[in-house]
Ligand binder design. Structure first.
Ligand SMILES: Nc1ncnc2c1ncn2[C@@H]1O[C@H](COP(=O)(O)OP(=O)(O)OP(=O)(O)O)[C@@H](O)[C@H]1O
Ligand SMILES: [Mg+2]
Length: 231
């Protein structure tokens, strides 16, 4: 579905990503883990066109998206939920879902999103700031879906959430996978990662340094953890 090949990108004249290559297949969850500052969020921003790609290529179903602006990349079917959610606090749940929506969604209609998030259905007229952290995260995911996403990129969706809410987010991610969405998940919570991911990519210093299937990660993850993840 989504292919990233040898991408170099960074901020200003600095380069943070030194040739990132990854695949995000349809109906799978591809998790990206790694220590702080290794370039996980930067990878998502480069894919979305928020940062210029200095070298390399990004394609979605063989359409070249390299160098396109974020707006057309979203329209092509890539959804993005940034770190910290960034919903609009003074808009209602429904307004948040509708903001930025250019045309009626064909796949992810409002009805379907509210079915996916029953908590939100009870709060459609509440303002964003009146929602709990978990509800805000669900709203942020819902807002990304209305663009009829093929690929959904989530940057640390469970950060700061209570364990039961983390589980709810996990269930939503599994459901999206069943609906054939390709999910690219940046996550520090390894329990959640093991629960929902199909493959785990480990990043270090602006590169993908390990790729392994989830079974391998569960069974032999110790060495990977010690080498790339513990501080
Ligand atoms: N807006 C920015 N301007 C300049 N440098 C930045 C900016 N954002 C991030 N960086 C730098 O880019 C590098 C990678 O940052 P990035 O946010 O991608 O890391 P990360 O893997 O997402 O880390 P974390 O786990 O803390 O979220 C870091 O060295 C960081 O200091
Ligand atoms: Mg980050």
């Amino acid at each position: 579905m989504l292919q990233v090949r040898g991408v170099e990108a960074g901020y200003g004249t600095g380069t943070v990503l030194h040739g990132v290559t990854l695949d995000v297949p349809k109906g799978e969850v591809t998790a990206v883990v790694g220590r702080n500052g290794v370039g996980k969020s930067t990878t998502l921003k480069a894919i979305l066109g928020l940062l210029p790609i200095q070298k390399g290529k990004v394609t979605l179903e063989n359409n070249d998206l390299t160098g396109c602006n974020p707006h057309s990349i979203v329209r092509a079917g890539i959804g993005y939920v940034p770190e910290g959610r960034q919903i609009f606090p003074k808009l209602t749940v429904l307004e948040n879902l509708r903001v930025g929506q250019r045309r009626r969604p064909k796949v992810w209609t409002e009805e379907r999103i509210l079915e996916l998030f029953p908590n939100l259905r009870a709060r459609t007229n509440n303002l964003g700031h009146a929602l709990s952290g978990g509800e805000q995260q669900m709203l942020a995911i819902g807002r990304a879906l209305v663009t009829d996403v093929k690929v959904l990129m989530l940057d640390e969706p469970t950060q700061g959430l209570a364990p039961n809410v983390v589980n709810q987010i996990g269930e939503v991610i599994k459901r999206l996978k069943e609906e054939s969405v390709a999910v690219l998940l940046v996550e520090q919570n390894l329990n959640l990662t093991e629960d929902v991911a199909d493959r785990v990519l480990v990043m270090s210093k602006g590169n993908v340094v390990e790729t392994c299937g989830i079974r391998e990660f569960r069974e032999d993850g110790e060495a990977i953890r010690n080498r790339w993840l513990t501080i």
